[in-house]
Ligand binder design. Structure first.
Ligand code: PHE
Length: 343
C-alpha cells in the first residue's frame, strides 16, 4: 500500500510537470497513462492486492489520480486545437478577406434625394414631422375645419385610442409645425411618408411618399413660386421640359394651382401613361392662405409665402420604369438591388 501511494504521488508530479507539447506527445501521454495497458488501468488491477481495510482509502486516491490524468488530457487537447486555429489564420495570408456587403439605396430615397439636392441649391433646408399627427396640424390649422368637405378629399386613417390623432394624410403638417416654431423667413422642404385609406393596387397604395416645399418671407409672390418650380423641373427633367399651370383648389392655399409637365413617355403626343392628354400632373401648389398664416401667428399683412407638394412614387415609377407601386414596399432584394445612386 505504502509503495503504491508513493508511486501515485510520483506519477502526479510527472503529469503536472509535463509541457503541453505537440499532438505526438499528447498521444504518447494518452497511451502511457490512459491507454488500455496504461498506468491508470494497471493501478486499478493492483486493487486486489490491497488489504481489505485499506481498499476504501486506496480507491479514493486512485480515483482522484484518474481524474487528474483525464483533466490533463482534455486541457492539453483543447490547447493544441486552439493554437491550431490561430496558426491557420496567422499563417494563411492568401485567404481572401471577409467581403463587405454593400447595400443599395431604395429607389424612393434616390428620387427624394435628387429632389432635395435641387432645392438645397435654392437655399431650402430639410424639415421633418411626425407620421402620427393631431387633428390641428393635419387639418384644422390648414384651414380644413371639421365637417369641411375637403376632409373627404383624403380618406383618413384614425388612431383608435385617440380620436384626435390620425396617420398624416399629407406632409403639410410639417408646414404648420415649421411656421409655429421657426423664425422667419422659412425656406424648407419636408419629405416623408403619408397614409390614405385607399385600395391597394398596381397604381395606388395605402401609404406613399410626398415632398412639400414652403417659403415664407416678405414680398413672396406667385411669380417666385412659378420660377422656383420651373427651375426644379428643368434640373430634374432637362432644359427642354414644358410645363403648364392649371387653377385648382386646396383649402390651405389661395390662389391654388396644379402643375403638369409634358409627358415624359410620348413628349406630348398622347399615350396610355398620360391618358392621351400629353401632360402629367406632378404637383399641387399655391400661395399660403392668410388664415393659415394667422393660425400659426404669422402676420398675413406683412408676410406672404408659397407652398407646393408632390408625390414621389408616380414620378419615380416613370423615371425607373417600374410598373407596380407595390414593389416599393415588398422588400424584395432582387428588385431593390437594381438601383444604384448612379441611375
Ligand atoms: N397637401 C397637398 C396634397 O397632399 C399638396 C399641396 C401641398 C398642395 C402644398 C398645395 C400646397 O395633395
Amino acid at each position: 500500500m505504502e509503495q503504491l501511494l508513493q508511486q501515485i504521488a510520483a506519477y502526479k508530479q510527472e503529469i503536472e510537470s509535463l509541457a503541453n507539447n505537440g499532438a505526438d506527445s499528447l498521444e504518447a501521454y494518452r497511451i502511457k497513462f490512459l491507454g488500455t495497458k496504461g498506468i491508470v488501468k494497471n493501478l486499478f488491477t493492483e486493487m486486489k492486492n490491497v488489504p481489505a481495510d485499506q481498499k476504501k482509502e486506496f480507491g479514493q486516491v486512485l480515483n482522484e489520480f484518474k481524474q487528474l490524468a483525464e483533466r490533463k488530457y482534455e486541457s492539453w487537447k483543447e490547447r493544441l486545437e486552439s493554437t491550431a486555429d490561430r496558426q491557420t489564420t496567422a499563417i494563411d495570408l492568401s485567404l481572401p478577406g471577409d467581403p463587405l456587403t454593400l447595400g443599395t439605396r431604395h429607389p424612393i430615397n434616390l428620387f427624394l434625394n435628387q429632389v432635395i439636392s435641387i432645392f438645397n441649391r435654392l437655399g431650402f433646408s430639410v424639415a421633418e414631422g411626425p407620421e402620427i399627427e393631431d387633428d390641428w396640424h393635419n387639418f384644422t390649422a390648414l384651414n380644413i375645419a371639421e365637417n369641411h368637405p375637403a376632409r373627404d378629399m383624403q380618406d383618413t386613417f384614425y388612431i383608435q385610442q385617440n380620436p384626435d390623432w390620425v396617420l398624416r394624410t399629407h406632409t403639410s403638417n410639417t408646414q404648420i409645425r415649421a411656421m409655429e416654431r421657426s423664425q422667419l423667413p422659412i425656406r424648407i422642404v419636408c419629405p416623408g411618408r403619408v397614409y390614405r385609406n385607399e385600395a391597394i393596387s398596381a397604381r395606388s397604395h395605402c401609404f406613399f411618399h410626398q415632398i412639400e416645399g414652403l417659403y415664407i418671407d416678405e414680398n413672396v409672390s406667385f411669380a417666385d413660386l412659378k420660377q422656383t418650380l420651373y427651375f426644379f423641373v428643368q434640373e430634374m427633367y432637362g432644359k427642354d421640359i414644358k410645363i403648364r399651370f392649371r387653377p385648382s383648389y386646396f383649402p390651405f392655399t389661395e390662389p391654388s394651382a396644379e402643375m403638369d409637365i409634358q409627358c415624359l413617355i410620348c413628349h406630348g403626343e398622347g399615350c396610355a401613361v398620360c391618358k392621351r392628354t400629353g401632360w402629367l400632373e406632378i404637383l399641387g401648389c399655391g400661395m399660403v392662405h392668410p388664415k393659415v398664416l394667422d393660425n400659426c401667428k404669422i402676420d398675413p399683412n406683412k408676410y406672404t409665402g408659397f407652398a407646393f407638394g408632390m408625390g414621389i412614387e408616380r414620378p419615380a415609377m416613370l423615371k425607373y420604369g417600374i410598373n407596380d407601386i407595390r414593389l416599393f414596399s415588398e422588400n424584395d432584394v432582387r428588385f431593390l438591388r437594381q438601383f444604384t445612386s448612379a441611375t
